[in-house]
Design a binder for this molecule. Sequence first.
Ligand code: IPM
Ligand code: MN
Length: 343
Amino acid sequence: SRNIRLAVIPGDGIGTEVVAEGLKVLEAVGTKIEPTHYDLGAARYHRTGETLPDSVLDELRGYDAILLGAIGDPSVPPGILERDLLLRLRFAFDHYVNLRPVKLFPGVATPLAGTPTENIDMIVVREGTEGLYAGTGGVMRRGTPHEIATQESLNTAHGVERVVRYAFEKARSRPRRKLTLVHKTNVLTFAGDLWQRTVNRVAEEYPEVTTDYCHIDAASMFFVTQPERFDVVVTDNLFGDIITDLGAAIAGGIGLAASGNINPEGAAPSMFEPVHGSAPDIAGQGKADPTATILSVSMLLDHLGLHDEAARVEQAVAADIAERGAGRGTSEIGDDITARVSG
Ligand code: IPM
Ligand code: MN
């Protein structure tokens, strides 16, 4: 098997702990990897004032993929690390697909009591480079009673079409072949109209895919009351952010939720990370569940064309989850899954 050049950004809080377990599993799968660690995050920011130096960004461009733990720390004002590090990576590498599976594994307790496992099996295709995350807008008269703050959602025909096409391709490859656009077209009339027209137009090229539409508020309700409605969900950056935390909750919690920030054309490395954050409250205690990171490693392998290896990791996780009791820490869970992957 070939050598994977992997950039590793453990980041902040539990990021370092969970990434170590992800790497254990990756090594056990029998793929030759060359991991290079990058010290980015709160500690570096405090030490040097840097978030993501241009030289590091250029270097990262040369890797096959990036594995990231978590970014964010209460000692840094909100927005600095998120915007100048995490979002900068997503934007610079044009990660326009933020792929977030919502799948209930057998044996996992969902808060949706009585829901059969197979009813929660969807994939959210969250747009990753535009929308309200674009950072356009501004503030006037800041700090006065007459302050005006605007925050705009940027949606381009190009940006919407490419993510919608990706979602249709995904939908076509899945047994149920259903795509649901989630938006708020009744209020966000400019952006919603662009999304809906784009879906309608691209749908003509995919007659085998059933298309549906759901407002974000109703979708939030249906995620809980009728999750079986959803197969592939395509949505904008902020709606996708919110609904995938809800998705994580119904599929057994944020400790299991994986994601990939994908550049489908391979023009830049894709980046895989757990959906959860740095969890400073439990950092350094060996309590964090590394499963989300390990499932992100499975997505990474799949993205690199190592489908058998990806499936082995996912099966090892499924087997571990099925027998899961309480009382194991981060490295014990990692070791147990690693042992299953090794055979
Ligand atoms: C996520 C996170 C990030 C996001 C934050 C940390 C900027 O919540 O990956 O879902 O909003 O995208
Ligand atoms: Mn989020």
